[in-house]
Every structure is written in C-alpha cells, then in structure tokens.
Design a protein around this ligand. Structure first.
Ligand SMILES: C[S@@+](CC[C@H](N)C(=O)[O-])C[C@H]1O[C@@H](n2cnc3c(N)ncnc32)[C@H](O)[C@@H]1O
Length: 243
C-alpha cells in the first residue's frame, strides 16, 4: 500500500501541526482509508469485508496514537508506541451465539422502535463527551473531512450527549425509563456519576419493582487505565417494569 496524503496527514500529524500521529503513520492511515473506501465504492468488498478492514485500520491507528487513549488532546512529545511503524493486522472473528441486530442512534429515539425482555444500559456517567474524546477515530471510521478547530482539532458541530450533561441527564433518563417497552431495565452506573443513586432509585421505583446491587471496584485513572488505589462503587440498578 502506498503512502497517501489525506485528511489525517494534513490535520493530525506532526506535519499537520497536531502530533496525534507521526507523519509516516498518518500517511499510512490515510492510505488504508483510501484503499478500503475506494474498494467498497467499486463494490470490490462486501459489507462484512469492508467493516473487517475498517476495524483493522482503526485498531492499528489506535495502537500508534500519541495520546493517553483519549483524543481530546495529543501528547507534547511522541511517546514510545507512537514512534513504532503502524501495522495493519487481521483478527479472529467469533461466531455469534444468537442472531443480532445492531443499531446506531440516540437511545431514546431507538426505543420508539425497539422492544424486548431485558434492556441493559451502560450510559456515559461523567460529563466527558465521547464525541470529543474519540473524534479522530470517528473521523477515520466515517472517512469524514469535517471543519475542525483549535489546537486539538476537534470537529465543529459534533453530537453532544445529554447523558454527559448535568442539567439534561435527568430528563433524558426519565424519558428512557418511561418509554422503554422492556420488562426489565438494568443500568450500570457508578457513585462518581452525574446522577445520584438516590435519584435513579427514585425514578425507577415509580415504574415498578426496583432493586440495586453494589460492586466495589478499583478506580481507574481516566485515560491511563491505571488504578489510583481508590475505590468506586459500581451499581447495577434493576427495574422490573410493571405492566
Ligand atoms: C460507558 S460507554 C459504553 C461502553 C460500552 N459498554 C462498551 O463496552 O463499548 C457509553 C456509550 O454511550 C454512547 N452514548 C452517549 N450518548 C448516547 C445516546 N444519547 N444514545 C446512545 N448512545 C449514547 C457513547 O458514545 C458511549 O459509546
């Protein structure tokens, strides 16, 4: 695969003024995107082959990113892993244990059309916006050329989730609990989250039989994945929705 000067090289490499990737790695990420999207457009890849190859590019890029794992900023100096030449690898696919449907969209919108027995939720629980933290990977995955701004090059007008917004989360959560057409709702949340356990218990209890489980867990420093030796309480909030 030949190196290609594309959006990642022009904006997220040292030459582009933002040290998310070395120049050589950024050129190869662009080459990967160009190749896969080009082949898919020419119908030389099936959907499954396209997603498999795209995943390989994303994982390869992530392994050599000069970040803490979050793309809200890049490190001042290239770290050890980012200086390694990028490697596109294959990976094993597992047979699914059941037939699945995958949706991409806002949870409350999807709940208008999806129903079932158990709804498991793992929503954001801090004010960290995922669209900021993973913006470079989103741009690679969707082969986008967004208008970007600032030192970190965040795209303008990204989706902002109400689940990461202190003032909006409660209304969003109430709507979800009320509208979900599921017998059981199970939600993971921690005690260091923007909604209190009392509030969650209060909302869920108004729609049926509520109970919770607490699991003490080591706290991990965001971005470094290293424990700071403090404990958090992880909750499983369970609602058996009445009729
Ligand atoms: C705590 S993470 C869940 C991680 C997931 N359990 C996993 O293992 O990959 C929260 C996820 O919710 C997504 N999210 C944020 N707001 C959302 C919304 N309104 N509707 C659906 N998903 C949302 C975020 O993009 C993020 O991927």
């Amino acid at each position: 695969m030949d190196a290609h000067e594309g959006f990642i090289f022009e904006n997220y490499s040292e030459a582009g003024g933002r040290k998310y990737f070395t120049n050589d790695n950024a050129l190869m990420i662009d080459a990967g995107i160009e190749l896969i999207y080009g082949m898919y457009a020419r119908k030389e890849l099936t959907d499954n082959q396209f997603y498999y190859c795209l995943c390989s590019v994303l994982e390869a890029a992530d392994r050599v990113s000069n970040t803490t794992g979050f793309y809200s900023a890049y490190l001042k100096e290239f770290n050890k892993v980012s200086l390694k030449p990028i490697e596109f690898k294959g990976f094993d696919l597992k047979d699914s244990v059941a037939s699945n449907d995958v949706y991409l969209g806002d949870a409350n919108d999807l709940l208008q059309e999806v129903s079932g027995d158990i709804l498991y939720l793992d929503p954001p629980y801090t004010n960290m916006q995922y669209s900021n933290v993973y913006h470079v990977l989103n741009t690679i995955a969707q082969n986008e050329k967004p208008v970007i701004a600032g030192i970190t090059g965040r795209p303008e007008g990204r989706n902002v989730s109400p689940w990461s917004h202190k003032k909006k989360v409660e209304a969003e959560f109430r709507t979800l609990v009320e509208s979900a057409k599921f017998e059981f709702l199970i939600m993971s949340y921690s005690n260091e989250s923007i909604m209190s356990s009392e509030l969650i218990a209060d909302v869920m209890s108004s729609y049926g039989k509520y109970e919770s489980r607490e699991i003490p867990h080591k706290r991990f420093n965001l971005g470094t994945n290293v424990s700071d030796n403090k404990q958090v309480v992880e909750y499983l909030h369970v609602l058996h929705k009445a009729g």
